[in-house]
Write a protein that binds this ligand. Structure first.
Ligand code: FAD
Ligand code: MLT
Ligand code: ZN
Length: 565
């Protein structure tokens, strides 16, 4: 009790109403050079079919219809790419209906884009062929950088007529192997299309090109007294087009919700080059089907997003951030409920990390200071409030923290006193992804699960893997989104076999989603049935066929490679 009291005094003494509009901004560029992950890659002519797929049984588990059609995989033997690091069953055959790039194709692209926007050099291509996690590596020979929608349209029209496969690429920070080629797809990056088209200060509606970097948009808006409704660790590199295409969640989701709610309009170019203008700026518009939603979260498989219109919230003046310790997961859950009840409208982030995640950051990132150094706790929670009345917000937060301390939900904690301290707290939470990369190999899962069940999975995984791996649990607790990560020194198939399909089956059994926010990409395209019914997937396949009949847009991603008939 005495300790709690002291801690609670500390909380109160350090509480402040400091305003800190920016969170830390890790420089992601250097991470491209991180070593530690290993991979095997190449075009191998003998099919490598995992035992997982050799199961002949038609006795399906309720939550795994995939096994029913695996036989189809076995018939394909030529040009199989084998990757042994990402996920089970990442065994893909190059679609033979796609053409091979020719010198005439290059000439055409040079003609429409100019020499300097057509890249064939090794340096540029090796970066663009490799994903952020260094798990997936393609062998594209061509990267195109269009400067306007018309150029995107010309590129796709041509690729469609020639049956050249295309991978749309934004900031290449995706975590599921969706943004890089699997084979020799042409990479189309719209990073040069980065203009802000308009901003309406009355409505808060921003219209911009899809290549704008998220952090640049946020900085622009902050100067106008607004902010982006989404924020994530990769903000310094990811593009709004990539965010929309992955329906990214992130740290502000608990307050501002999904991009399905915030994106008001989109301009997209379809596979045949037609430009679909859905760039509305209206909050209410019930004229027919709201087709922009098809493109939000479709991971570049239905079209290239070229412009976005987005509703942005006002930047409020009073921001507080508390870094708290909890002894057990139940306390974290109760704290969430209390935060919802007592902080109500000012709650703007509720994030958590466990002891292992904290250890990972402290071990592998430089310059990180533990805000609660007196002891290591089982769980840490970051609670941010954002409001417009400094003294009211402060009073509310302090009362909530005091009650939570007295009720035993919080074991220790500090409230940031200024923007630097707040940034250093966020750096711990946002830095876990980077720290994991430095530690070696990472098996990354991004799950939606009922909050009360969520951490059981982390504990079960720990039991399964024993001392062979570190199991980390962190994520967006306020959105019931767990990031389960398994860290080992190097990739190992026997570890992978312990994790998958167990992790997917567990999630499905608890009616969760195997992708809360990162998407399916290549990593989980074949796992979609764990979360979506065969009828739903069939409809998705029909939509894909309608919009992209030749299947040139981001092939092998999102949808299962051999869908159920
Ligand atoms: P890319 O990685 O380039 O592409 C992602 C997908 O979108 C690919 O399938 C690609 O084909 C497609 N795509 C890209 N641009 C377009 C376009 N203009 N038109 C059509 N398709 C396109 N994600 C979250 O949801 N929440 C987080 O909190 C979060 N934190 C992260 C932290 C770190 C450190 C890192 C490295 C990643 C994080 N991510 C997070 C994942 C990633 O940043 C997001 O998915 C982001 O939205 C991807 O944007 P991007 O521009 O990098 O897209
Ligand atoms: C996060 O919330 O930190 C991101 O989604 C990245 C990750 O899952 O590691
Ligand atoms: Zn996340």
């Amino acid at each position: 009790m005495e300790k709690l009291f002291r801690s609670s005094q500390r909380l109160l003494n350090q509480s402040s109403s400091s305003i800190f509009p920016h969170r830390s901004n890790p420089n992601f560029e250097h991470l491209k050079h991180i070593s530690g992950s290993s991979y095997v890659y190449g075009d191998i002519c003998n099919a490598y079919i995992k035992p997982y797929f050799e199961c002949e049984t038609r006795n399906l588990q309720a939550y795994h219809p995939l096994k029913d059609y695996v036989g189809m995989f076995r018939a394909k033997t030529c040009r199989i790419q084998y990757k042994h690091f990402g996920s089970t069953a990442t065994t893909v055959q190059r679609d033979p209906s796609f053409s091979i790039l020719s010198s005439d194709d290059i000439d055409y692209f040079v003609e429409i884009l100019g020499e300097k926007n057509v890249f064939q050099d090794e340096d540029k291509l090796s970066t663009a062929n490799m994903d952020w996690m260094r798990k997936y590596k393609g062998s594209s020979k061509l990267l195109l950088q269009p400067r306007c929608t018309e150029e995107v349209s010309q590129i796709l029209k041509y690729c469609n007529s020639r049956r050249l496969a295309v991978v749309p690429q934004g900031g290449n920070t995706g975590l599921v192997g969706g943004s890089v080629p699997v084979f020799d797809e042409v990479i189309v990056n719209i990073g040069c299309m980065n203009n802000i088209i308009s901003f309406d200060k009355v409505s808060g509606i921003l219209v911009c090109e899809a290549g704008c970097i998220l952090e640049n948009l946020d900085s622009f808006l902050i100067n106008q007294g607004f902010l982006m409704p989404l924020d994530l660790g990769a903000k310094g590199s990811c593009q709004i087009g990539g965010n929309v295409s992955t329906n990214a969640g992130g740290l502000r989701f608990v307050r501002y919700g999904s991009l399905h709610g915030n994106v008001l309009g989109i301009e997209a170019v379809l596979a045949d080059g037609s430009v679909i203008d859905m760039l509305g700026t209206l909050r209410k518009d019930n004229t027919g089907y709201d087709l922009k939603h098809l493109f939000i979260g479709s991971e570049g498989s239905l079209g290239i997003v070229t412009k976005v219109s987005i509703l942005t919230p006002l930047k409020l003046s009073s921001i507080n951030l508390a870094f708290l310790a909890c002894n057990d997961y139940l306390s974290c859950q109760k704290l969430l409920l209390e935060a919802r009840r007592k902080l109500g409208e000012i709650l703007s982030a509720f994030e958590f990390l466990d002891h292992e995640s904290m250890g990972m950051v402290l071990t592998h990132l430089e310059g990180i200071r533990n805000p609660l150094p007196s002891s290591m706790y089982n769980f840490y929670v970051l609670i941010e409030t954002t409001g417009s009345d400094e003294s009211y917000d402060k009073e509310k937060l302090e009362a909530f923290l005091l009650r939570s301390m007295e009720g035993g939900l919080i074991s220790d904690g500090v409230v940031a006193q200024d923007i630097n301290q707040a940034s250093s707290f966020w750096r711990i939470r946002e830095g876990i992804t980077e720290a994991l990369m430095k530690a070696g190999a990472v098996y990354k899962y991004d799950l939606s699960l009922p909050v009360e069940k969520m951490y059981n999975l982390v504990e079960e995984m720990r039991l399964r893997l024993g001392l062979s791996a570190k199991v980390l649990g962190y994520g967006h607790l306020g959105d019931a989104n767990l990031h389960l990560n398994v860290s080992t020194l190097q990739y190992d198939d026997s570890i992978l076999a312990q994790i998958e399909p167990f992790v997917y089956e567990w999630t499905s059994k608890h009616r969760g989603s195997i992708s809360a926010e990162h998407g399916l990409g290549l990593m989980k395209a074949n796992e979609i049935y764990y979360t979506k019914s065969p009828e739903t997937v069939r409809l998705m396949v029909s939509i894909k066929k309608l919009l992209d009949p030749n299947g040139i847009l981001n092939p092998y991603k999102v949808l299962p490679h051999s869908p159920l008939p």
